[in-house]
Design a protein around this ligand. Structure first.
Ligand code: A4P
Ligand code: MG
Length: 195
């Protein structure tokens, strides 16, 4: 029997109604085969990151960021395939330009206690502890997380002295209590829209 791995996904959007983009993406996370969506943080508004070489604030809209906890039987590469499919469905385009505005970005922040460095993946996400829009929502979901490097998330949060962030919306779960098993065991319905 395949084992379940607890994974945390970082979500970000700053184009085409970001709150709705994050809402839809969280719905889709719950429809990935062999995955179960457990918790979703608040939706936080954050200013676009400045690259270290540019002093000025980038000329792009603010982001909405959130973190979701999922449990999955997929391996990390298969999970990345599924996440990239969701990004595509929500109109993500890519250019060679770094940190361009995007309808949806889905990053695997953590995958159990695995440390992965491959052509396609770096886990834990290398920048996660430097980003308030990752650490703050992650700490909202889990109080006692120990990172694969042995550091506790709580310590990382206390050390970082981040600017606080504001929650502007929350995930609206469409699934009624007691019916979750129906939609998650119906692979045909995974990309469908709620009736
Ligand atoms: N990849 C490697 N590791 C991972 C991982 N752990 N999770 C590879 C997901 N993907 C991973 O990603 C490029 C490649 O990274 C993928 O093909 C995958 O194989 P991408 O989504 O096409 O590109 P990207 O997201 O633009 O690249 P990058 O450099 O990872 O950007 P970041 O770090 O995601 O930052 N400001 C705010 N306030 N909020 C934001 O969310 N996001 C960014 C983008 C910049 N500024 C921001 C925010
Ligand atoms: Mg990305």
């Amino acid at each position: 029997m395949k084992t379940w791995t607890r994974s945390f996904i970082g979500l970000g959007s700053n184009l085409n109604d970001p709150v709705q983009q994050i809402q839809r993406a969280c719905e889709q996370l719950g429809k990935i085969p062999q995955c179960s969506r457990k918790k979703v943080s608040g939706f936080y508004i954050s200013e676009p990151l400045r690259s270290s070489s540019a002093a000025a604030k980038p000329n792009q809209p603010n982001y909405i960021n959130a973190v979701a906890e999922i449990h999955t039987q997929l391996n990390a590469e298969r999970l990345l395939d599924e996440l990239q499919q969701i990004e595509q469905q929500q109109g993500r385009t890519r250019s060679h330009k770094r940190w361009q505005s995007r309808t949806l970005d889905l990053d695997i922040l953590l995958f159990g206690d695995q440390q992965i460095l491959s052509e396609r993946l770096q886990i834990p996400h290398p920048e996660m502890l430097n980003r308030n829009f990752v650490v703050i929502p992650l700490a909202e979901l889990t109080n006692d997380l120990i990172l694969p490097c042995g550091q506790s998330l709580r310590t990382a949060l206390n050390k970082a002295d981040f600017e606080p962030l504001k929650i502007v919306a929350n995930f609206q779960d469409q699934i009624q209590p007691g019916t979750e098993h129906i939609s998650t065991s119906n692979p045909q319905g995974r990309r469908g829209h709620p009736a």
